[in-house]
Ligand binder design. Structure first.
Ligand SMILES: [Zn+2]
Ligand SMILES: [Zn+2]
Length: 112
């Protein structure tokens, strides 16, 4: 919430060295814990605004299993909860396949 004793601390004040690891809790409600490694300390570049994002993970898409059977690669948007429970594995589907074969089933949207 921007308060507390650590709120005004800057990363440079933590006396970290290259290779050091820290834990970073993003949200105290959900407890999303990031393991952060300080890879490199470099001089600031002129004309660059900090902080800045230098790299991002690509979302790890998962694919519709019904489309996959037909040799198509369609990103799955749904997980059929009913079929997943019945088959003991994750049954992933695109919008069209969900409507065609699982229309009365309870399903959850996949968030990437
Ligand atoms: Zn499909
Ligand atoms: Zn189903």
């Amino acid at each position: 919430m921007g308060g507390g004793s650590g709120a005004k601390k800057r990363i440079e004040q933590l006396s970290l060295s290259e290779g050091d690891k820290i834990g970073y809790v993003y949200d105290f409600g959900d407890e999303i814990l990031h393991n952060v490694t300080l890879e490199k300390i470099v001089q600031p570049e002129k004309g660059v605004e900090y902080p800045r994002v230098i790299a991002e993970n690509k979302p790890r898409y998962r694919y519709c299993e019904r489309c996959q059977e037909q040799g198509k690669k369609t990103i799955a948007a749904w997980i059929c909860i009913e079929c997943s429970e019945e088959e003991g594995r994750e049954v992933l589907l695109c919008e069209d396949c969900l409507e065609e074969e699982h229309e009365d089933h309870y399903a959850d949207e996949i968030l990437y």
